[in-house]
Design a protein around this ligand. Sequence first.
Ligand SMILES: [Zn+2]
Length: 172
Amino acid sequence: MKTLATCSDGTKIEAPRWYRNQQRLAEFQRKRKPRKVRKLHAKIANRRLDFLHKEPTNLVNDRELIVVGDVSSSKLTKTTMAKSVNDAGWSMFRHLLEYKAIARKVAYREVSERFTTQACSCRGAMGGPKGRKGLEIREWVCDECGAVLDRDVNAALNILRLGHQSLLAEGR
Ligand SMILES: [Zn+2]
């Protein structure tokens, strides 16, 4: 999982690659080099923190509404993507996104992700990838309208629509 988040406008936020550094960290640990371990640890922590603050700020800038799917990273960490999900600190990312949105008076909503990858964002026809197997399918064609859909952008559009619906239901 190289992409940390996909936006409804098609923007994809790449997960930073700290693995290489983490591999080096393991090597230093194995070779018992505590000074190098400490130094590299601090470097990784700094970069991580920097990323986790900058990216949510960029997302919130010039927006009026942020809608996020309620996928939990714990569900994902059971799969082979565990390392990258942990690395990117998805839950911390989401938490900071909410925090920055509220700080800037941007509406923030979390909606259920159920069916958001399966339904076509144009008319809601079901036919998209499903379940864990479906994770490999990155692009699909809607039987009903013939649209070629990027799995994640389509899901993001559905999530955005659900967010609009929830705002309407609240009378905003
Ligand atoms: Zn369609």
